[in-house]
Design a protein around this ligand. Structure first.
Ligand SMILES: [Zn+2]
Length: 85
C-alpha cells in the first residue's frame, strides 16, 4: 500500500494533485510527464520555486518516489469493472 494518492483531475485542469499520507504535496500532469513537489511532507516547508519541477525538496532533499507514485496510479479514478474470462 502506497503512501501516495493521486486525485482525479478537476475539470479544466491539466494536472492532478498528489497526496502523501493524506496531505497535498504537489501535482502530476495528466500525461504523467511532469511531477511537481510544492509542499514537503518531510520537513513541512514549502518547496523553493525552482525546485518544484525537480520533485525534490530544496531544503531537506526529500523527493517524490516516482516508482511508488506510479503504483498509486493503478486504481485510476473509481473502481473499474472486473474483466470476465
Ligand atoms: Zn523537505
Amino acid at each position: 500500500m502506497s503512501d501516495y494518492q493521486i486525485l482525479p483531475a478537476e475539470p479544466e485542469h491539466k494536472q492532478r494533485n498528489i497526496l502523501f499520507a493524506g496531505r497535498s504535496i504537489g501535482w502530476i500532469t495528466l500525461d504523467s510527464q511532469r511531477v511537481g513537489l510544492e509542499q514537503c511532507p518531510a520537513c513541512d516547508r514549502e518547496n523553493y520555486a525552482f525546485s518544484v519541477l525537480s520533485a525534490k525538496c530544496a531544503w531537506c532533499g526529500w523527493s517524490i518516489d516516482k516508482d511508488k507514485l506510479s503504483d498509486a496510479e493503478q486504481p485510476q479514478s473509481g473502481p473499474k469493472p472486473h474483466a470476465i474470462y
